[in-house]
Design a protein around this ligand. Sequence first.
Ligand code: NZQ
Ligand code: ZN
Length: 390
Amino acid sequence: MLGNFIYYNPTKLYFGTEVEKNLSDALKNFGKRVLLVYGGGSIKNNGIYDTVTKVLKETDKEIIELSGVMPNPTLTKLLEGIKVAKDNDVDLILAVGGGSTIDYSKGVAAGAWYDGNAWENFWVKQNEPAADQKVIPVGSVLTLAGTGSEMNGGSVITDEEHKLKLGKVFGERLIPKFAILNPEYTFSLPQNQMVAGIFDIMSHLMEQYFSGDDDSTTDYIIEGIMRSVIASSRVAVKDPHNYEARSNIMWCATWALNTLLKMGKKGDWMVHMIAHTIGAFTHATHGMALSAISGAYYRFIMKFGQHRFARFAKVVWEIPSDGKTESELAIAGIEALENWIKEIGAASNVSTLGVTSDMIDEIAEATILGGGYKQITIDDIKEILKNSLK
Ligand code: NZQ
Ligand code: ZN
């Protein structure tokens, strides 16, 4: 296990079905004025809104509502929320929804009491709020398992005018103070959103796994969670109300991106960087943008980290070595990943997301560069995108 690190995570998790009890317990530690943030209305259709507002009223909270947070939340919407939170001097932001709603709530929490251009300071310059700047605490009720936003500092916002989708990973002051994780709350998700969430989890695991070649406990944990995601996904796509599968998926999502699995690891994150730019250009669903380019991306970098790809094939996909060379085994692992993408119904090319060949140069040039086994260039991204068109 190489690398030095400090591990701390402040989120109190309440897992399971006793939502009313858990939420009232979680709310005890915060003031009266609660900004209730949610998306386009799914929580009104599935009853979660009624449950949450009942608990807020019973615990004597004053509710200020902020709704309409869209998937891939925009800068314009962020600025609206910052104003509402400040004008109402709220004590807590309660995000009820998926990653977009929780990410957005963190952005509002950071920006409300920042005296300046929040977008420029936090997302473009990647600064943290100053120690003496007030930051509003955030709590969450999760309704879509995927991003891990319920237990991390990530906040991804899209400047729609300039086609820029930027993530800021805030420090511990903006990691949610608590998260209510009721797997049944994800039952009302449309199948494509469930699948997108599942692939997002797998992608977070792969982004961290495909870097380094030391003997790291973190990699063994990642492999275990990957196997659980794959097994549960196969049950959930056929039987979406299977509590065991959906609860495993929810638990995997939280651990896939709550900082534990980056301990001692460099990570890659280029699949996310390219997918974010695709999202900025097409508004594609995050998990689908990831699945659409993963096959082509991993085929492209495989030769730079072949040993790890062969291990991925053997341990995660249980592909027998029987006489295969390391390179053959590595390719078989990527093929297994591609087959699984099709099996669960995730996007397997970018054309279905609205990307056309004439957009490739612009998308490649707008992407933030990095990489794990290979430092990726703009030309590399062009090649990967071309290979992702079908
Ligand atoms: O808006 P509502 O009505 O809530 O509907 C949402 C939305 O249309 C719907 N939905 C959520 N829960 C539901 C439900 N519909 C029925 N029943 C339920 N229980 O699903 C749609 C998608 O929701 P969204 O929150 O956008 O999805 P997701 O959780 O995948 O979040 C995506 C956003 O998170 C960012 C992505 O870039 C994207 O902007 N990410 C955040 C990360 C982080 N914080 O660390 C990391 C990720 O890699 C990702 O970048
Ligand atoms: Zn993701």
